[in-house]
Design a protein around this ligand. Structure first.
Ligand code: SF4
Length: 195
Protein backbone atom coordinates (compact mmCIF):
# COMPACT_ATOMS: atom_id res chain seq x y z
CA UNK A 1 0.00 0.00 0.00
CA UNK A 2 1.58 3.32 -1.11
CA UNK A 3 0.36 6.63 0.39
CA UNK A 4 1.86 10.11 0.53
CA UNK A 5 2.93 11.25 3.97
CA UNK A 6 -0.06 13.66 4.17
CA UNK A 7 -2.49 10.92 3.15
CA UNK A 8 -0.89 8.59 5.63
CA UNK A 9 -1.36 11.01 8.56
CA UNK A 10 -4.93 11.76 7.46
CA UNK A 11 -5.82 8.09 7.31
CA UNK A 12 -4.24 7.17 10.60
CA UNK A 13 -5.38 10.31 12.48
CA UNK A 14 -2.36 10.49 14.75
CA UNK A 15 1.30 9.66 14.87
CA UNK A 16 0.68 7.03 17.55
CA UNK A 17 -1.92 5.19 15.50
CA UNK A 18 0.32 5.62 12.49
CA UNK A 19 3.23 3.96 14.17
CA UNK A 20 0.98 1.02 15.12
CA UNK A 21 -0.14 0.63 11.50
CA UNK A 22 3.46 0.97 10.41
CA UNK A 23 4.35 -1.95 12.66
CA UNK A 24 1.76 -4.03 10.83
CA UNK A 25 3.21 -3.12 7.43
CA UNK A 26 0.68 -0.50 6.18
CA UNK A 27 2.85 2.61 6.00
CA UNK A 28 4.53 4.43 3.14
CA UNK A 29 8.25 3.90 3.06
CA UNK A 30 9.09 7.60 3.47
CA UNK A 31 6.91 8.18 6.51
CA UNK A 32 8.11 4.98 8.12
CA UNK A 33 11.73 6.00 7.63
CA UNK A 34 11.06 9.40 9.24
CA UNK A 35 9.28 7.89 12.24
CA UNK A 36 12.09 5.39 12.70
CA UNK A 37 14.85 7.97 12.42
CA UNK A 38 13.21 10.28 14.92
CA UNK A 39 12.27 7.62 17.47
CA UNK A 40 15.20 5.29 17.31
CA UNK A 41 18.17 7.64 17.47
CA UNK A 42 20.38 6.73 20.47
CA UNK A 43 18.55 3.49 21.21
CA UNK A 44 19.99 0.02 21.79
CA UNK A 45 18.48 -2.72 19.66
CA UNK A 46 17.95 -6.24 20.98
CA UNK A 47 16.74 -9.24 18.96
CA UNK A 48 14.00 -11.28 20.61
CA UNK A 49 11.12 -13.68 19.95
CA UNK A 50 7.48 -12.64 20.41
CA UNK A 51 6.14 -14.62 23.37
CA UNK A 52 2.47 -14.64 22.43
CA UNK A 53 2.08 -17.69 20.21
CA UNK A 54 3.77 -20.63 18.56
CA UNK A 55 4.52 -18.77 15.33
CA UNK A 56 7.60 -17.42 17.12
CA UNK A 57 8.05 -14.18 15.15
CA UNK A 58 11.36 -12.39 15.46
CA UNK A 59 11.21 -8.89 16.93
CA UNK A 60 13.58 -5.97 17.37
CA UNK A 61 13.32 -4.19 20.71
CA UNK A 62 14.67 -0.65 20.94
CA UNK A 63 15.56 0.62 24.40
CA UNK A 64 16.85 3.82 25.94
CA UNK A 65 18.99 4.31 29.01
CA UNK A 66 20.77 0.99 28.84
CA UNK A 67 24.29 2.41 28.81
CA UNK A 68 24.08 5.56 30.94
CA UNK A 69 23.42 6.51 34.54
CA UNK A 70 20.96 9.34 33.98
CA UNK A 71 17.99 7.54 32.49
CA UNK A 72 15.89 4.63 33.63
CA UNK A 73 16.23 1.90 31.04
CA UNK A 74 13.04 1.32 29.09
CA UNK A 75 11.88 -0.28 25.86
CA UNK A 76 10.43 2.47 23.65
CA UNK A 77 9.73 0.69 20.36
CA UNK A 78 9.18 -2.87 19.09
CA UNK A 79 8.95 -3.95 15.47
CA UNK A 80 9.22 -7.10 13.36
CA UNK A 81 12.70 -8.32 12.54
CA UNK A 82 13.14 -8.08 8.74
CA UNK A 83 15.92 -10.69 8.86
CA UNK A 84 13.87 -13.29 10.73
CA UNK A 85 12.87 -16.25 8.52
CA UNK A 86 9.48 -16.70 10.21
CA UNK A 87 7.90 -13.25 9.82
CA UNK A 88 10.27 -11.23 7.58
CA UNK A 89 9.61 -8.00 9.48
CA UNK A 90 5.84 -8.33 9.84
CA UNK A 91 3.82 -8.67 13.04
CA UNK A 92 0.20 -9.56 13.69
CA UNK A 93 -1.91 -7.12 15.80
CA UNK A 94 -0.89 -8.85 19.03
CA UNK A 95 2.78 -8.58 18.14
CA UNK A 96 2.31 -4.98 17.02
CA UNK A 97 0.97 -4.19 20.52
CA UNK A 98 3.92 -5.73 22.37
CA UNK A 99 5.12 -2.36 23.65
CA UNK A 100 1.93 -1.96 25.71
CA UNK A 101 2.36 -5.49 27.02
CA UNK A 102 5.96 -4.75 28.07
CA UNK A 103 5.06 -1.47 29.80
CA UNK A 104 1.72 -2.53 31.27
CA UNK A 105 1.33 -1.66 34.99
CA UNK A 106 -0.36 -5.06 35.36
CA UNK A 107 2.63 -7.01 34.04
CA UNK A 108 3.88 -9.59 36.51
CA UNK A 109 7.59 -8.99 37.12
CA UNK A 110 8.36 -11.39 39.97
CA UNK A 111 6.97 -14.58 41.57
CA UNK A 112 3.99 -14.21 43.89
CA UNK A 113 2.39 -16.65 46.31
CA UNK A 114 -1.18 -16.78 47.61
CA UNK A 115 -1.56 -19.05 50.62
CA UNK A 116 -4.59 -21.38 50.77
CA UNK A 117 -7.62 -19.44 52.02
CA UNK A 118 -5.90 -16.07 51.72
CA UNK A 119 -6.84 -13.25 49.37
CA UNK A 120 -3.41 -11.63 49.65
CA UNK A 121 -0.54 -12.20 47.23
CA UNK A 122 2.94 -12.02 48.72
CA UNK A 123 6.10 -11.44 46.78
CA UNK A 124 8.79 -14.15 46.73
CA UNK A 125 12.36 -14.14 45.50
CA UNK A 126 13.12 -16.39 42.53
CA UNK A 127 15.19 -18.66 44.83
CA UNK A 128 12.28 -19.01 47.25
CA UNK A 129 9.86 -19.73 44.43
CA UNK A 130 12.09 -22.33 42.77
CA UNK A 131 12.84 -24.04 46.12
CA UNK A 132 9.12 -24.18 46.89
CA UNK A 133 8.23 -25.57 43.46
CA UNK A 134 11.00 -28.20 43.69
CA UNK A 135 9.88 -29.33 47.16
CA UNK A 136 6.22 -29.57 46.15
CA UNK A 137 7.08 -31.45 42.97
CA UNK A 138 9.19 -33.97 44.83
CA UNK A 139 6.60 -34.49 47.57
CA UNK A 140 3.83 -35.04 45.03
CA UNK A 141 5.93 -37.36 42.86
CA UNK A 142 7.09 -39.41 45.88
CA UNK A 143 3.46 -39.82 46.94
CA UNK A 144 1.87 -40.51 43.56
CA UNK A 145 4.40 -41.95 41.09
CA UNK A 146 3.15 -45.23 39.61
CA UNK A 147 5.82 -47.68 38.48
CA UNK A 148 3.29 -50.35 37.52
CA UNK A 149 -0.45 -50.80 37.19
CA UNK A 150 -2.29 -53.03 39.69
CA UNK A 151 -2.01 -55.77 37.05
CA UNK A 152 1.79 -55.46 37.06
CA UNK A 153 2.18 -53.62 33.74
CA UNK A 154 5.17 -51.25 33.84
CA UNK A 155 4.02 -47.64 33.21
CA UNK A 156 6.40 -45.32 35.17
CA UNK A 157 3.92 -42.44 35.17
CA UNK A 158 3.11 -39.44 37.35
CA UNK A 159 -0.44 -38.26 36.81
CA UNK A 160 -1.05 -35.79 39.63
CA UNK A 161 1.10 -32.92 38.33
CA UNK A 162 1.23 -31.20 34.93
CA UNK A 163 3.62 -28.77 33.29
CA UNK A 164 2.80 -25.79 31.11
CA UNK A 165 5.89 -24.81 29.11
CA UNK A 166 6.48 -21.92 26.66
CA UNK A 167 5.81 -22.30 22.94
CA UNK A 168 8.32 -19.59 22.05
CA UNK A 169 11.31 -21.56 23.40
CA UNK A 170 14.12 -22.49 21.06
CA UNK A 171 14.28 -26.04 19.72
CA UNK A 172 17.05 -26.82 22.19
CA UNK A 173 15.20 -25.45 25.23
CA UNK A 174 12.03 -27.24 24.12
CA UNK A 175 13.91 -30.53 23.67
CA UNK A 176 15.49 -30.34 27.13
CA UNK A 177 12.24 -29.28 28.82
CA UNK A 178 10.44 -32.20 27.17
CA UNK A 179 13.14 -34.65 28.25
CA UNK A 180 12.96 -33.44 31.87
CA UNK A 181 9.16 -33.69 31.99
CA UNK A 182 9.07 -37.17 30.45
CA UNK A 183 11.96 -38.43 32.60
CA UNK A 184 9.88 -37.52 35.66
CA UNK A 185 7.02 -39.59 34.24
CA UNK A 186 4.79 -36.56 33.57
CA UNK A 187 2.07 -37.18 31.03
CA UNK A 188 0.22 -33.84 31.34
CA UNK A 189 2.61 -31.59 29.42
CA UNK A 190 1.51 -28.73 27.18
CA UNK A 191 2.02 -25.11 26.18
CA UNK A 192 -0.14 -22.21 25.09
CA UNK A 193 0.15 -23.18 21.40
CA UNK A 194 -0.80 -26.85 21.95
CA UNK A 195 2.35 -28.02 20.08
S1 SF4 B 1 3.60 -11.49 16.21
FE1 SF4 B 1 1.61 -12.51 16.26
S2 SF4 B 1 1.88 -14.35 14.97
FE2 SF4 B 1 3.94 -13.61 15.52
S3 SF4 B 1 4.50 -14.78 17.39
FE3 SF4 B 1 3.58 -12.81 18.04
S4 SF4 B 1 1.41 -13.30 18.35
FE4 SF4 B 1 2.26 -14.95 17.12
Amino acid sequence: MQLSRRQFMKVTGSTLAGSSLALMGFSPATALAEVRQFKLASTTVTRQTCTYCSVGCGILMYSLGTGGKNAKSSVIHVEGDPDHPVNRGTLCPKGAGLLDYINSPNRLLYPEYRAPGSNEWQRLSWDEALDRIAKLLKADRDANFQATTPEGLKVNRWLTTGMLAASASSNEAGYITHKVARSWGLLAFDNQARV
